[in-house]
Each structure stands twice: as C-alpha cells, then as structure tokens.
Design a protein around this ligand. Structure first.
Ligand code: SAM
Ligand code: SF4
Length: 336
C-alpha cells in the first residue's frame, strides 16, 4: 500500500492471483486477414472510439505504478498504427517496467525492427503459420511470405535478445509443415510456440473443431525427429516450454483447450477501445476509456478503476469448440 494515496502497489484478484502482465491492443486494424482471426470483410472501429497513443501511454504508466512489470503490445497489427514507435519509446522509459514486448505479423519489420529495438523492445513474437508462399497467402488471405521473412531477418540483424515464432497449428492446413517450422527456428537460434486455435469471433473460412489440433498431437509430430525436454521455464505467459538438446531453441505450447492455464493467470488485456478485459474467454470488463476521457489527467481515479476491476476477474475461461458462437470478439479486437 503506498502511503499517500491509499492505493495498493500491486494488483491481486479475488483468487490471490497477482496481475503483473498487461497486453495492450493498439489497433484493431491489420494488413492481413488470417482465416482463424478475421472474416474477409471486416469493419474496423471509427478513429474516435480508439484510444489515442497518449491515452495508451497514460495507461501504461498507471499499470506500472500498480506493479505491472510486463507489457505486450498487440492488435490487430500494431505496426500499422501511425506513429506507434512514439508509444514504444514512452513505454520503454517507464520505471518499473521490466519487459516491453510486441506480437507482430512481421510485415513491417524490415522498416521498423531497428526503431523498435532502439525504443527498448528486447523480445519479439512474430506470427508465421507456413513457409510456403502460396499457402501463406491462403492462410493470411493477402500476406506476402517473402516480405515477412525479410522482416524476420531484419529483426535478427537488429539484435533482439529473443525472437519467438508463433504458429497456429491446423489439421490439414499446416500440420505437414510443423517439422519445417521447427527446423527454421533451430537454424536461426529462435524459439517457437504452437497455439491451439481459440473460438474468438465468428469466422467464415473453416469449422474450428475440424482443423483443431491439440498441443500433444503437435508435440508427438515433433518428437518423431527431435527430443523435447520439458523445462520449468516461464516467460510470464501461458506457454509451456521444452528444449531441444544441443540447441538454444525452446519449443512452447499454448494450449487453452487441452491444458487449462487459468490457475496461474497473471494477465489482463486492454482493447483498442480502452476496455479492460479480465479474461480472454469471458466478457467481464471495465471501461477505462470512460475514466480517461471524463477525468483527463486524474491518475488516481484511473488507478482506482483498475484496482476495482480485480474484483471481477473470473476464475477461468470455458472454451468449447462445439458450442457456437462463444465469444463474439475477434482476436484482433481483444489483442492476441
Ligand atoms: N497481428 C499480430 C500477429 O498476427 O502476430 C498480433 C495480433 S494476433 C491477434 C496475435 C496472435 O494471435 C497471432 O499469433 C495469431 O496467430 C493468434 N491468433 C489470432 N486468432 C486466433 C485464434 N482464433 N486462436 C488462436 N490464436 C489466434
Ligand atoms: Fe492480423 Fe494478426 Fe489477426 Fe492475422 S492474426 S489477421 S496478422 S491481427
């Protein structure tokens, strides 16, 4: 408890979970239309409804003053937001912040990898579901694989401490490339996490239950070629990590269906519209934009709203691929 304001210096929910990690979505827009994330024809939010970069910087300050040590910038595609490097610089200067990270589709990294590194970003997550240009285009609907691979090379040259590839594993879509993707990261000293598809938003491309692959199936495919040694390592997120002996590479699995990670959840999310979401798979939320806009400059009030929200963080999510629709928000709005 800090003496002057009566505000706590850490965020703890009703179940005793300590919230130290915030994922901030800086835009719902994107230059890709990945089949599991968006429909082909998306309507994006009007600008006035989206938080300004200054408002996002204020939120970053409030959260770190409440004991948050890790901020991940996500979206949509964060790097298509105008002037987003300004926000990274502001956040990179916050005392108390131990880690500033980014999840990106890699399309803008050729241009922005170095400015991001210079702003204080040390680790990057880059999404990549296929190494085949045509298939990559089919999954992202519009993406150019070569541009993304050049972006990954630019990130390697810029000297990030760790680069992790994120791959959504999909049966009959990219399961035959899982070993190639592992080889790709092994050759470059990078990490990789395989993600189970989550039922966020209504999509028109495929039946999510049909393409669903459990992390255990993916791990079995990898074990056909590589030894996977489980580690106790955590990077503050929901991944479970394995090492491939003789390499620097870690293979992670994000398994919202098959290995529920809610008990150790230390995260909350802020949407592009300033809605504080207490759980990815539930609707419990608190409108921080309203606090920011009706009481500009009132840091104390903003922090009180965040502290109060801890009381409505639910125990966990309840994803079920067969009971549709589940959560209507797309991942791009929520912030992946
Ligand atoms: N545009 C950036 C990107 O693609 O990395 C950041 C936002 S994206 C929503 C963040 C991550 O969420 C990506 O790795 C993406 O593959 C993943 N994702 C999107 N929709 C998903 C879904 N329905 N289930 C599981 N992962 C999803
Ligand atoms: Fe865009 Fe990322 Fe969603 Fe793909 S996963 S559509 S790149 S926000």
């Amino acid at each position: 408890m800090s003496a002057d304001s009566g505000l706590p210096d850490k965020l703890v929910d009703r179940f005793g979970r300590h919230v130290t990690y915030v994922r901030l979505s800086v835009t719902d827009r994107c230059d890709f239309r990945c089949v599991y994330c968006m429909s082909e024809d998306m309507t994006f939010l009007p600008r006035a409804q989206v938080l300004t970069l200054e408002e996002m910087a204020t939120l970053g300050r409030a959260f770190t003053e409440l004991g948050v040590t890790k901020l991940r910038i996500t979206g949509g595609e964060p790097l298509v937001r105008n002037n987003v490097i300004w926000l990274f610089r502001e956040l990179g200067r916050l005392p108390g912040l131990r880690e500033l990270t980014l999840t990106t589709n890699g399309s803008q990294l050729e241009r922005l990898a170095q400015p991001l590194r210079d702003a204080g970003v040390r680790r990057l997550n880059i999404s990549l579901d296929s190494l085949d240009p045509e298939r990559f285009r089919r999954i992202t609907r519009v993406g150019d694989l070569h541009k993304v691979l050049r972006g990954i090379d630019a990130a390697r040259d810029a000297g990030f401490e760790r680069i992790k590839i994120n791959t959504v594993a999909m049966r009959n879509r990219n399961d035959d490339e899982i070993l190639d993707l592992v080889r790709y990261v092994l050759d470059r000293g990078m990490d990789i996490s395989f993600i189970e598809e989550m039922p966020l938003g209504v999509i028109d491309d495929h039946d999510r239950a049909e393409v669903y692959m459990s992390s255990d199936e993916v791990a079995d495919l990898i074990r056909a070629r590589h030894e996977l040694v489980e580690t106790a390592e955590k990077t503050g997120g929901p991944s479970r990590y394995f090492r491939i002996p003789g390499s620097d590479t870690r293979v992670g699995f994000i398994s919202p269906h098959s290995h529920n990670f809610c008990d150790s959840c230390n995260r909350v999310r802020v949407t592009t519209e300033g809605q504080l979401l207490l759980c990815l798979g539930q609707e419990h939320s608190m409108n921080l934009k309203q606090v920011l806009r009706s009481h500009p400059g009132d840091m104390d009030r903003l922090k009180r709203a965040i502290v109060a929200a801890m009381d409505i963080k639910p125990r966990g999510h309840d994803f079920n691929l067969d009971a549709k629709p589940v959560i209507f928000r797309h991942m791009s709005v929520t912030g992946g």
